[in-house]
Design a binder for this molecule. Structure first.
Ligand code: MTE
Ligand code: MO
Length: 326
């Protein structure tokens, strides 16, 4: 039988839940879902933030939970299991397989970690992420995540608006875009595990997108610090855009004048653009974007314009041709 070799940018769009995920879910069910009681309550749309959150979401054997002021955004849809969120990942620095990051990212060493913010700012600064966590009020935000490969999840992130960080460095009037860069490190991200794309992983946003209230710097999920495979210790989450915009393990944020060339656009510009707004009406050249597979569900769902965040973000694009600027 001929072996079909995919090019690195040929992201698979599987119609069925991968078998490994079923295995992971069974393991999880056996372990008992007690520790997820709080999040399950949020998922069913009942009640608000429960004061004793820290105790309720404790996950023995994992890193300490974070201090969170409250849940500021949510969607009225079931949360994706912690197990699925943290074993079905895209993080090419640790391999191209969905389970590779969970398997390989133990080498990352996310503490200590510094994040430099530079470029067109009045006060360039290098933040120690531990200090950032101590000084920045953290919120829970339950967002949909829609990958360009047509699968999706609902994830309870912990984090703070990127705008809060930008305020601290005072962007200059000449800054028009924000460029993000992930760590690349041969010891902590051994080259043998990496998928063959170019590194560091780079992403970018227009400054108004970066300043939008929905744009989050996430430092945790399910009430705890991020596991390495999810982009520890700090990653971007832009919920109305395809998942590849949500860059992981960020070490540098630069305010710039020109539109940054993001990793996936550089790899295959006919398939991945700069904007990458979730749009059911603009198909990927190799598959439809009209529907998606919600991880953990059997039937496909309709994909929503701007991933369901249109009311909040459509105005950003009123002068933009979304077919041309995919
Ligand atoms: N540094 C880095 N960030 C990355 C990626 C990556 O390969 N490397 N993959 C992106 C893609 S394609 C998606 S869908 C999301 C997946 O985030 P998750 O694994 O937490 O669900 O991370 C994005 N951020
Ligand atoms: Mo993705």
């Amino acid at each position: 039988m001929p072996v079909h070799r995919r090019s690195p940018w040929s992201l698979p769009d599987s119609e069925v839940t991968p078998p490994a995920l079923f295995r992971a879910r069974r393991r999880f069910l056996k372990a008992g879902a007690g520790s997820l009681a709080l999040s399950a309550g949020l998922a069913s749309g009942l009640g608000g933030w429960v004061g004793a959150a820290r105790a309720a979401v404790e996950r023995p054997g994992k890193l300490a939970p974070l201090e969170v002021t409250g849940t500021t955004h949510r969607v009225d849809e079931a949360l994706t299991d912690y197990e699925a969120v943290t074993t079905y990942n895209n993080f090419y620095e640790f391999g191209a397989g969905k389970e590779d990051p969970a398997e390989n990212a133990h080498t990352l060493k996310p503490r200590p970690w510094t994040l430099s913010v530079d470029g067109l700012v009045a006060r360039p600064r290098t933040f120690d992420v531990a200090d950032l966590l101590a000084t920045q009020p953290l919120e829970e935000r339950i967002y949909r995540l829609r990958c360009v490969e047509a699968w999706s999840m609902v994830i309870p992130w912990i984090g703070f608006p990127l705008a809060a960080l930008l305020d601290r460095v005072e962007p200059l009037g000449s800054a028009r875009y924000v460029r993000f860069e992930s760590l690349i490190d041969d010891e902590r991200m051994p080259p043998r595990n990496r998928a063959p794309i170019s590194y560091p992983y780079v992403e970018g946003l227009r400054l108004d997108e970066a300043r939008h209230d929905l744009t989050l710097l996430a430092v945790g999920l399910y009430g705890e610090v991020l596991p390495n495979q999810s982009g520890a210790p700090i990653r971007l989450v832009v919920p109305w855009k395809y998942g590849f915009k949500s860059i992981k393990s960020v070490v540098r944020i630069s305010l710039v004048e020109d539109r940054p060339l993001n990793t996936w656009q550089a790899l295959q510009p006919s398939e991945y653009g700069f904007y990458a707004n979730v749009n059911p009406e603009v198909d990927h050249p190799r598959w439809s974007q009209a529907r998606e597979r919600r991880i953990g569900e059997f039937f496909r769902r309709e994909t929503l314009m701007f991933n369901g965040y249109g009311e909040a973000v459509a105005d950003l694009y009123r002068d933009l041709d979304l077919t041309k600027w995919y």
